[in-house]
Design a protein around this ligand. Structure first.
Ligand SMILES: [Zn+2]
Length: 314
């Protein structure tokens, strides 16, 4: 039996309980708040001459935290991911203030893993959204632990692995990677019958914006694959994020030469005055359309229509 332990930030526990009791009172659950405040008063009495705070106050809040069902939301979320159940695991739940600081991180060695979950107190006031948040974060963590996902050890999506030509490009690739991973995670959550934080339509919109340089067909194809539940490894997602422009022909806003398939920043897209070159290329690549463009090297190669070699071939 693998051991699992969840540690909650005492300040988070105290704040969540206090606010939840107040909410319960406002919505008419007077008996709960009466019991809570009178117990708390008794504790203060007992502690009047001793030091305030300490273990008894903490365990008082923990007891209410459990009674209000918050601990079991975390336990249930963790238990629904097989990979997390099969390891020695510590989960540390910390309070943060800003939504951009929320998330989950994985630490540890082969013996024992630690997941640190950073979360805002306001998450606790909508239990469905709390569960959705935990599922989303924990499936990301499961991916990191899943040998099939092949997450590179010690990778923090460093510059080297992204392959952009500048910091700016690397940031764009990183952003696209996160989006792809989120869509992939949400698709599997849906399959598991879990609630998702964003709808498919919302994600699709985000996807279209981030990959606006792709053709409609490419967007449809990749999005359909992402939400189909088929497996992706880390490198597949990085590749999609990284090659967004490389995958697209020069003439359609990308960098890939549709003839030699090499990336090129110098493409030919205007064929006026070079109709003969278009004809020659079409002979070798019948499905190629001039609108797709070609790299300068390929263009120059076909620009020599009367070379002996070509004449001999035709
Ligand atoms: Zn080329």
């Amino acid at each position: 039996m693998m051991r699992r332990k969840i540690y909650f930030d005492p300040i988070l526990v105290e704040e969540v309980v206090f606010l939840e009791i107040n909410r319960a009172e406002k919505s008419g659950n007077i008996s709960l708040s009466k019991r809570f405040f009178s117990e708390r008063e008794r504790l203060y009495e007992q502690k009047r001459d001793a030091e305030r705070g300490g273990d008894s106050f903490h365990s008082f809040y923990v007891r209410y935290f459990q009674e209000l069902g918050f601990q079991s939301i975390f336990e249930k979320a963790i238990a629904s991911f097989n990979i997390l159940c099969g390891i020695e695991l510590s989960v540390i739940v910390l309070r943060v203030w800003r939504d951009q600081d929320e998330g989950a991180e994985l630490y540890g060695d082969d013996e024992r893993k630690t997941v640190r979950i950073s979360i805002r107190v306001t998450r606790f006031f909508d239990r469905e959204s709390l569960s959705g948040f935990l599922d989303q974060e924990l499936l990301h963590i499961s991916d990191l632990l899943d040998p099939a996902f092949c997450y590179p050890e010690n990778s923090f999506l460093g510059e080297a692995s992204l392959g952009g030509l500048s910091d700016m490009e690397n940031n764009v690739i990183r952003g696209r990677f996160r989006l792809l991973w989120n869509i992939y995670v949400e698709a599997r959550l849906q399959k598991m019958g879990k609630k998702r934080l964003m709808t498919t339509e919302e994600r699709r919109k985000e996807f279209e914006t981030s990959f606006s340089h792709w053709s409609r067909e490419e967007i449809d194809r990749v999005f359909a694959r992402l939400i189909s539940g088929s497996s992706f490894a880390f490198e597949d997602l990085v590749e999609l994020a990284r090659n967004a422009r490389l995958a697209k022909p020069i003439g359609l806003g990308g960098l890939r030469c549709p003839l030699c398939h090499f990336p090129s920043y110098q493409g030919i897209t205007n064929w006026e005055g070079s109709r003969h070159v278009v004809e020659l290329i079409k002979r070798d690549f019948p499905s190629w359309e001039s609108a797709e463009g070609a790299c300068l090297q390929c263009y120059e190669l076909y620009c020599v229509p009367f070379s002996h070699e070509r004449r001999a071939m035709s």
